[in-house]
Design a protein around this ligand. Structure first.
Ligand code: CAA
Length: 258
C-alpha cells in the first residue's frame, strides 16, 4: 500500500517504517498517525515481518503533534474525535516487537510515540522533550505517565514543567533509551537489533513483550505469577523443544512459531 506520510520497506523479516513529513519535521498530524496505525496493522498481519522499526529523518524523529492542525480545534472537536486516542490504541495493540530508532528531535507526541515502542535506540544527536507547556497545554499521548515511569518523577516533572530538552547522554543515563549510537550507525544498529529479534520464536517474543508490559499495570506478585504462567505455557510449544534441543546439540535453533 502507498502512503503519503510514510516510507515502508521490508527487509530480512523487518519492517522499517520511516515517518516522512520533512516539511514539518515529521509532526504527527491525523493523516500520519492514521497511516502509521494502518502500516503497523499490515506489518502485524504480514508473515514476512517479525519485528518493526519506526524511525524519522536525521533531523527529527517527530517534532510533536501537528500544531497547525490542532491550533483551531475546540474542546468539543478534541473530545468528540477522541483526538489521537484511536491511533494510540491501535499502536498499543501490536504484538510484534517495535523498536524506535530516534535521530534528532523527539518532542511532545514524537517523544510519546517513541515511548510507545518496546524500546528506543537513539543517535548521539537525539533530543527528547515534552515542551507542550510552552503551547499552553500538556502532553496528550501518554507523556506524563510513560516518561515518569521511564525516568522517575523528578526528571519527568522537570521535563513537563520547564519544557527543556534531554540529550542522548542524559536519556541513556536516565533509562529512557536502551542504547546511544553514532548518528550514521542508527539505522544499521536498529536493523541489526530487529533482525536478531526476528530470528527468535515469535511466540516467546510476544510472551516477553506482554510480560514486560504487564509490569506497568499490576503488582509485583501478580506480574511474577503472570510471567511464570507464560513461562509454563511456552512448554506447550514446539519452539521450546527446538530451542532446548538445539542448545544441547550445539547448533542454531530453527524456530517455526509453533
Ligand atoms: N507541528 C507543526 N509544524 C511543526 C512542528 C509541529 N509540532 N514542529 C516543527 N514544525 C514545522 C515548523 O512550523 C516549520 O515549518 P515552516 O517552515 O512552514 O515554518 C518546520 O517544521 C521547521 O521547523 P522550524 O523552522 O521551527 O525548525 P527549527 O530547527 O528552527 O526548530 C524545533 C526545530 C525546536 C523542533 C521547533 O520546530 C519546535 O519547537 N517545534 C515544536 C515542538 C513542540 O512544541 N512539540 C510539541 C507539540 S504539541 C504535542 O505534541 C501534544 C501532544 O503531546 C499530543
Amino acid at each position: 500500500m502507498a502512503y503519503q506520510t510514510l516510507i515502508v520497506e521490508i527487509e530480512d523479516y523487518v519492517a522499517l517504517i520511516r515517518l516522512n513529513r520533512p516539511e514539518a519535521l515529521n509532526a504527527l498530524n491525523s493523516q500520519l498517525l492514521g497511516e502509521l496505525a494502518e502500516a503497523l496493522k499490515s506489518a502485524e498481519e504480514n508473515d514476512k515481518v517479525r519485528c518493526i522499526v519506526i524511525t524519522g529523518s536525521e533531523k527529527a524523529f517527530a517534532a510533536g503533534a501537528d500544531i497547525k492542525e490542532m491550533s483551531e480545534k475546540s474542546f468539543v472537536d478534541m473530545f468528540t474525535s477522541d483526538f489521537f486516542g484511536v491511533e494510540a490504541e491501535a499502536i498499543k495493540r501490536i504484538r510484534k516487537p517495535i523498536i524506535a530508532a530516534v535521530s534528532g528531535y523527539a518532542l511532545g507526541g514524537g517523544c510519546e510515540l517513541a515511548m510507545m515502542c518496546d524500546f528506543i535506540i537513539c543517535a548521539e544527536n537525539a533530543k527528547f522533550g515534552q515542551p507542550e507547556i510552552n503551547l499552553g497545554v500538556i502532553a496528550g499521548i501518554g507523556g506524563t505517565q510513560r516518561l515518569t515511569r521511564f525516568v522517575g518523577k523528578s526528571k519527568a516533572m522537570d521535563m513537563h514543567l520547564t519544557g527543556r530538552f534531554m540529550d542522548a547522554a542524559e536519556a541513556e543515563r536516565s533509562g529512557l533509551v536502551s542504547r546511544v549510537v553514532p548518528n550514521a550507525k542508527l539505522i544499521p544498529e536498529a536493523m541489526a537489533a530487529a533482525q536478531k529479534i526476528a530470528e527468535k520464536s515469535m511466540l516467546a517474543a510476544a510472551a516477553a513483550k506482554e510480560a514486560v508490559n504487564r509490569s506497568y499495570e499490576t503488582t509485583m506478585e501478580e506480574g511474577i505469577l503472570f510471567e511464570r504462567r507464560l513461562f509454563h505455557a511456552l512448554f506447550a510449544t514446539e519452539d521450546q523443544k527446538e530451542g532446548m534441543a538445539a542448545f544441547l546439540e550445539k547448533r542454531e535453533p530453527q524456530f517455526r512459531d509453533k
